[in-house]
Structure formats: structure tokens, C-alpha cells
Ligand binder design. Sequence first.
Ligand code: NAD
Length: 283
Amino acid sequence: MPATIINGREVAARVRGEVAREVAAITERAGKPPGLATILVGDDPASAIYIANKRKASAEVGIADFHSPLAPHSSRAEVAAVIEEFNRDPDVSGILLQLPVPEGLDGAALTATILPEKDVDGLTAISAGRLMHGTPGLRPATPLGVIELLDSYDVALEGAEAVVVGRSNLVGKPVAFLLLHRNATVTICHSRTRDLAGVCSRADVLIAAVGSPELIDADHIKRGAAVIDVGINRTDEGLRGDVDFDAAVERAAFITPVPGGVGPMTIAMLLQNTVTAYNLQRR
Ligand code: NAD
């Protein structure tokens, strides 16, 4: 029987609805909504679109918009000063520095100056440490989206064999920790893993976050597995994930399509993180 297709657009719409209700309740209680500050340095067209989409989605759920566009040749001190101002502003709940920043700036070093309680991308070392420890904090949005999709389709995580392919700070490592905290038995694979297919085919839950079109094929997938494809690859044939969907759909029990799977979840979870940040600052 072919797999159930996990509908990321539907789950994301539900999360956005829940966030909109929480934002309305906060606004009613506090007299003003949580705020999201976005910083875009330079004029990279793709980054401009990402930021525009995030701002539009956050306005739709009632989050206040603070935006700071900075010139391409802005200095480290100029960007840091904007971050510092947002750090101090009590109306700003979350701060997002769009990456990558132009050459000559160090995106990681600038991100590190964002207050951990406002780090809605969950990318600072303090947020990563809190995730590792399992203490309250902000987690990266895409990994949160992966867990939300699995939960929405009642995929059991406790005791499950989970294999994560990819070990980036943005996706692979945080998703592995989130699965670990849900009591899955987690294996992380990467570019130097021997016998990738052998390891993956043990997985009840397989997360692909590589950036290599259709690397994961039928040989990598255990019958009945839940397969979450984080990959976004632009190919001559169009947008492709890291999973060979047509092959995987015949073996898996659950699978995310690309597009329409993990993609829509990232912005939804960023909005949820803005509310989480608001609440963290008031603990
Ligand atoms: P990355 O390049 O930082 O990391 C890729 C990881 O894959 C590395 O850890 C590397 O060791 C591993 N890898 C590379 N080749 C491999 C191979 N042959 N076998 C096993 N592992 C291999 O990428 P990233 O930022 O983690 O993103 C991964 C993918 O997810 C990309 O396609 C990216 O576009 C996509 N992505 C999607 C969203 C979303 O919203 N859906 C968000 C972030 C990233």
C-alpha cells in the first residue's frame, strides 16, 4: 500500500491558526502584540523574498513587524548596533538576522549577539546548548517543523529507531536532539558514513537533510517507515527533495512531498517561536 502523504501545508495552516489565537490573547491581555524584528543586510534577491514571506506571514497572525533593511556594505558595528537596539526594545520579542550576510561580515558572530531569549532562529550557541540540555529555550524552526509533522500524523517516536542524514547546526543536529528528547534511539549519518543505505534501512523514522537530489532511494527505506524529506534541490527537472519520492512512496508508511512537506512548516514554526520568545521573556 502506498504511503500516506504528509500534508505540510495543512499542518502549517493549523499551526498558524493556533499562533494567531495565542497572539490575539496576548494582545488582549497586554495591550500590544509580540513583535518580530527582521534584519536584511544587502540586496540578495532570494533573501529579500524569504524576509518578505516571513514578514507577511507574521503580519497575518497579528505579530508586530519591526524591519531593518541595511545597505550591502554595512559594517559589523552597524549591524551589531541594530541588533543591540532590538535586544533592548521590550516590544521586540524575536530577532531574525537573515543569513547569509554579504561577504566581509561574519553571520555566525553577528547572530551570537542576539539575546538567547529573542533568538527565534535558535541558532546561537546558548540556544543550541539549551536544546542539548533539554532546558527551556528557542529551537531552530525547521527541526521543530519536522517534529510537528510527525506528531500530527501520530508517528510513534518513543523507542523508535530514528536516523537523521545530515549534521548541520541548522537542521541535522537539532532535529537529532529533538528526537532524542522524545526518547527515540537516534543515529546521525553524514558525508563520511559508511553504508548509508544499511544504516538508513534500520530506521522507523528517517529524516533526510542533505541537499543532494534523490540521494535516498528504496534501498535506504525500511518498509513502513516514516520518511521526512527536508532537502530542497533545484534541478533541471524542477524542485526535488533528498528522497526519491516515487521509489519511497511504495515502501514507506508516511512520507513528505517536496514541495508541500517540510517547507511550509519553517515559517509556521518561526511564528510559534516568536510567541515562545515572548513567553520566555516573561518567565
Ligand atoms: P548543509 O549543507 O549545512 O548540511 C548537509 C549535511 O549533509 C552535512 O552535514 C553533510 O555531512 C551531509 N551530507 C552531504 N553529503 C552526504 C552524503 N552523500 N551522504 C550523507 N550525508 C551527506 O545543509 P542544511 O542547511 O542542513 O540543509 C540540508 C537540506 O535541507 C538542503 O537541501 C536545504 O536546502 C534544506 N533545508 C530546507 C529547509 C526547509 O525549510 N524545508 C530549511 C533548511 C534547510
